[in-house]
Design a binder for this molecule. Sequence first.
Ligand SMILES: [Cu+2]
Length: 259
Amino acid sequence: MSEATRHAAVPASTVQPTDRGRQGPLDWQRLLPLAAIVECVAVLVVAAILGDLEAALIGLGFGVGLALLRWRQGVLGRLAIGLLSANVLAWMALGTYSHLVEGSGLRGLLIPGLLTSLSLVGVLAAVGASLARRRRRPAGRGPVVVVVTGVVLLALVVAAGAAGSSGPASAPDADLELTTANLRFSSEQLSAEAGEVAVVVRNSDLFWHTFTIDELDVDVRVPVTAERQATFDASPGTYTFYCRVPGHETIMRGTLTVR
Ligand SMILES: [Cu+2]
């Protein structure tokens, strides 16, 4: 058997693991690091705009995931990028939905909409890259379909934002105003007159916060770049307000004193 014949006779099953999923015009093993780089940069830019440390840590996490792609056939890298993307997707999809329901304009929708699209591509790329390692099928059109899905989703969100208003009307008559930034309420001591109390909460963090008072049945969810108002009746007393997002409860809390 000549050298050329022997080479041609190599069965497909001996394709090296690094080559699996690389057969399409855009394959999973190329899409995943690309998606992670774009997510990393986008999250870091948003973190810088908002001044949000938690978001900056997520952005750095994508950088670590990218580095891990080069280690031990990238198992941990795919896992890290997939989990981080899923985390961003869960929060940002809810944020996008909330802004859409409120008829927010592009200003409110842009950050959650962009990150929803990018993280969806990230999740699907991580799953695709992992499956491509196990199976020996060519990647086919999967990676291209994933990218197109992300672009179409972003275009739809931008269109909805452009069609929406400039955001929910702000409430100049609110008694109290709170801002959430870096996992803190801007004030931990609030006071109000008994009767109807209106509190406006603005979230400048990337992830959700809530303004919750169990005793008064108050629970307002505030997504990224949003402003929401809680209006409730309160009789004299002291009440604990807090954010009920898991992990935030212990550090994001304060006292409302009603006279
Ligand atoms: Cu919170």
